[in-house]
Design a binder for this molecule. Structure first.
Ligand SMILES: Nc1ncnc2c1ncn2[C@@H]1O[C@H](COP(=O)(O)OP(=O)(O)OP(=O)(O)O)[C@@H](O)[C@H]1O
Ligand SMILES: [Mg+2]
Length: 341
């Protein structure tokens, strides 16, 4: 296989014609570029016989789901095609309690709805102690609980009625069970709810309970195209973040974990180099500590990005990795149009 980058070419078609003259026909050609027009994609794939065209920014997800199966040959990646059907699931999990997982989940969901103009649902699976509703000043009803407890009777109408609109194109599905509740969360219940949501929403952002993730919720990790692991700059966080990565890789056969180091510069935290050594790699995303304004946002029930606009800039690479949409060039992306059914 040949992989060519035509982003810098003034006349990409001429460059590909040149390549066709020297490249044997049996060699599949994958092209990377910055043109996001669907017409350009068709020209390359339908008319010029290119095996695949990947517009930049090149995301890890695009490489894993579009490029790697081609490298592995025909028939590879059945798991991937089942992931591709239905809305795009993003799982957010904290390596430890209180590291900022819900904060990241809420603000990423808001950014996704804005950047892609797609329909997004935030599913808070912390049924007893979830804080997504509090942070968004919402009052969840019993719908999620009934759907999880009685999956056979759950339907998309129930979930649609239950999911509260918290921003344009963003709905929240949460429960307010309180301590002592005994909602039986089963694998069937979680799978059913996820399946119904994936039929209705382009993105399903799931705020998962922290480590250890309850086994009934493993299906979320299996179906997720990205598992966002949020950790703080501490030893326990490093250990648990690595454990989640290993678990996801073992369960799904692909490395789809994105590590987010939150409150990176908090006093007493581990240094960058120790974190890199401990994780075995640089964290994919790093977010600084924003101090008391973050707690104030929680207390007044508004998303953190409202009180701390700088958070948006720090989340931009994560949103780009998930959506394939350049947030500052939204409106032009080919991927965005594909998602905008
Ligand atoms: N980058 C940051 N800077 C300062 N404060 C932050 C930052 N990120 C999150 N926080 C604050 O940390 C607290 C915990 O955040 P959050 O509830 O999102 O964590 P969590 O991992 O979901 O916790 P839990 O384990 O309870 O689910 C909140 O008050 C939040 O505002
Ligand atoms: Mg939380």
């Amino acid at each position: 296989m040949a992989i060519v980058d035509i982003a810098a070419e003034e006349n990409p078609q001429a460059a590909l014609d040149d390549l066709a003259r020297v490249c044997p026909p049996f060699v599949p050609v994958v092209v990377l570029g910055d043109n996001t027009e669907i017409g350009f994609y068709r020209l390359l794939v339908n008319d010029l016989g290119v095996a695949e065209y990947l517009p930049k920014p090149l995301t890890r997800d695009a490489v894993q789901t579009l490029l790697l199966p081609r490298l592995a040959g025909p028939g590879a990646g059945p798991a991937i095609s089942s992931i591709r059907r239905g809305g795009h699931v993003v799982a957010v999990v904290g390596a430890r309690g209180g590291v900022g997982a819900t904060t990241i989940a809420i603000n990423v969901a808001l950014e996704l709805a804005e950047a892609t103009k797609a329909h997004v649902v935030l599913l808070d699976l912390n049924l007893q102690t979830g804080t997504a509703a509090l942070m968004l000043s919402s009052h969840p009803g019993p719908g999620l609980r009934s759907a999880l407890a009685d999956p056979e009777r759950a339907d998309s109408l129930l979930l649609e009625r239950t999911a509260i609109e918290v921003a344009p194109r963003l709905r929240l599905l949460a429960a307010a069970e309180g301590f002592g509740s005994t909602t039986p969360v089963t694998d069937e219940g979680v799978t059913r709810v996820l399946g119904l949501l994936r039929q209705k929403f382009n993105f399903v952002v799931v705020d998962l309970p922290g480590i250890p993730v309850p086994s009934a919720m493993f299906q979320v990790l299996v179906l997720a195209r990205q598992v966002v692991v949020v950790l703080g700059p501490d030893v326990a966080g490093l250990r648990d973040a690595k454990a989640v990565r290993r678990f996801v890789a073992d369960t799904t056969g692909t490395d789809r974990v994105i590590t987010v180091l939150n409150r990176a510069d908090i006093q007493g935290g581990l240094s960058r180099s120790l974190i890199e050594t401990g994780l075995g790699a640089r964290p994919d995303i790093t977010i600084p500590d924003f101090g008391k304004r973050m707690i104030q946002a929680v207390n007044v029930g508004v998303p953190a990005r409202t009180c701390v606009p700088a958070l948006r800039r720090h989340l931009a690479p994560l949103v780009r990795e998930i959506s394939g949409v350049e947030t500052d060039r939204s409106g032009k992306s080919w991927l965005m149009r594909m998602l905008r059914r």
